[in-house]
Design a protein around this ligand. Sequence first.
Ligand SMILES: Cc1cc2nc3c(=O)[nH]c(=O)nc-3n(C[C@H](O)[C@H](O)[C@H](O)COP(=O)(O)O)c2cc1C
Length: 133
Amino acid sequence: MEGIEKVCQFLSEAQVYYLATADGDQPRVRPFGTVLLYDGRLYIQTGKVKDVSRQIAANPKAELCAFHDGKWLRVAGELVNDDDRAVKVAMLEKFPTLKAMYSPDDENTQVLYLKDATATFSSFTEPSEVIKF
Ligand SMILES: Cc1cc2nc3c(=O)[nH]c(=O)nc-3n(C[C@H](O)[C@H](O)[C@H](O)COP(=O)(O)O)c2cc1C
């Protein structure tokens, strides 16, 4: 399995990760669950009306963290907006419950992919594994 696939699988199995952004000099963090591997990129989904989206637009540097099965994963990088409709469709297909709130053609649905990402898997018992994508 490629490194980025391993990251996507871990986040999918964890079901919840915590996404940190910068709001000026104030860190902000919140639970997220959307994750999709599409065309070799790791995407997340949000709504453009949310504070988190505004924070990313002002400063794309972000970090996420998840804990699952005795291991934790941190991914640091930049989040890049992608207006490709096909990615939004694929995201809503992977997370159909989102369809109650989002559609690929509304003005709100946003997908973003991680660029220049460093993913680090850690545990108390094994050495860390670093994956870049
Ligand atoms: C388990 C869980 C998963 C969530 N997944 C997402 C998600 O993938 N995308 C999203 O925009 N909001 C998601 N949310 C909702 C956000 O956490 C919530 O809207 C948050 O307030 C957004 O951050 P903000 O207030 O800084 O904009 C999720 C909430 C929970 C409890």
